[in-house]
Ligand binder design. Sequence first.
Ligand SMILES: [Zn+2]
Length: 244
Amino acid sequence: MRWQASILLNPYQVIREYLQGFVHLFYPHICLQCGMDELSKEQIICDDCEATLPYTHFDEMQNNPIEKIFWGRIHIQNATTILYFTKDSIVQKIIFELKYNQNKNAGYLFGRLIANALVNNPNYGLVDYLIPIPISKRKTKKRGFNQSMLICEAMVDHGYKVPIFTGLIKSKNGITQTRKNRIQRASKANSFFTLLHSNKLNGKRLLLIDDVITTGATLENACLCLLASQPMSIQIATVAYTYH
Ligand SMILES: [Zn+2]
């Protein structure tokens, strides 16, 4: 039977299946969390582990901790994050995959999680542009991609039928943020980001996307830059929140 079945496949398919089996033997495709090996090609954690991730549900909460980060700093419409980020957790493992193991599937997972949580929420679903937080050219080259862009692309694949705006770019000689206090940072906002085609954003509803939020300084600087285009509103969604 097996022999008959393989006759129906073309030789390339047969060779590919053998090679996939061979690769699986040495590099098993297993869930990062529990080790279970029945995953689809794009999955990096299994369905059960995905269901038990530490979801924040902040999108259902007014004045949630992410919005409070920006109080007194900058006016944004809504802000949320999908997951709690704790040390040595599965969320940290997935972020590590995304940033240091060039694992695009980690970005696709995060984009899908954001889209599933937010696309039907009028506060975050009704937007005109998704805007990924940019990273430097050097980092993009090293990593092979901008992780926030991957997340945005996955959001488009999972219900966000809006364009991704790529005119927010990282400035060349931005000074390291940790060396400056908040007031200095705010006044130097335009040294971190540059906005191209800003007229496109005039009067539009923007959803700004980043992977991890800690102090909110990067997002604050990005918002200051975007505000120059006089958008109708700015929403923020990140994947994970490092709280103290
Ligand atoms: Zn699992």
